[in-house]
Design a protein around this ligand. Sequence first.
Ligand SMILES: Nc1nc2c(ncn2[C@@H]2O[C@H](COP(=O)(O)OP(=O)(O)OP(=O)(O)O)[C@@H](O)[C@H]2O)c(=O)[nH]1
Ligand SMILES: [Mg+2]
Length: 210
Amino acid sequence: MEYDVLKENTKIAHANHQLLKEHNIRSVDIMGSIGSGKTSLIIKMAEKLSKKGLRVGAIAGDVTGDDDFKRMRAGGITVMNCNTGHECHLDANMVKKVLKKMDLHAIDVLFIENVGNLVCPADFPLGADLRMVVISTTEGDDMVRKHPDIFLHSDIAVINKADIAEYVDVDINVVKNDYSRLTGGVLKMMECSVKKDKGVDEIISALKLV
Ligand SMILES: Nc1nc2c(ncn2[C@@H]2O[C@H](COP(=O)(O)OP(=O)(O)OP(=O)(O)O)[C@@H](O)[C@H]2O)c(=O)[nH]1
Ligand SMILES: [Mg+2]
């Protein structure tokens, strides 16, 4: 019998979404390249959201280890670690298992940090309200041209590390223009520097978290 992995993933993702909605949790699947600043952005957003009285939870998705888990925990986030073992992306079933162990009554916002990768996560929705892709200036100016799918599967796209763009010879406008072109001029890529706390409030607004 043929087993359709993507179809099954979509079914579980719908159930995850339903469960999160039943608990009034707003959720974001944060995808993006390795080291683009996903964890840093989650911690910065959590700091800002908790000042507004929101309780932030997270799932730290990584192939192995608990580095991001520990950083998020130190940032005051109610976080669960999720190691994929070998897989280059989270899938809805992994998230389902983690959600079962989480106290969903204790959080208002859930950030799911996907494995750093601009290819595989695109095909596996997890059940979050929104999907965001985070790249950074250090990857160069050609990420949208090389990995269009993940941008097309995301509601929001961010380019981080604006503070060092000039040192890595990247013109952020080139990336932004590629993204605008890809989305038919409908969406604009957001720019931020988590390090300098620039553009993070705008991302929180775009995610409709406050
Ligand atoms: N200059 C600069 N560095 C940043 C910024 N944001 C994050 N970093 C640094 O980039 C490195 C990677 O950041 P992380 O937040 O771990 O990135 P990540 O996307 O979670 O990485 P993985 O989970 O390993 O894929 C760290 O050394 C951060 O301090 C920024 O806005 N500017
Ligand atoms: Mg990380």
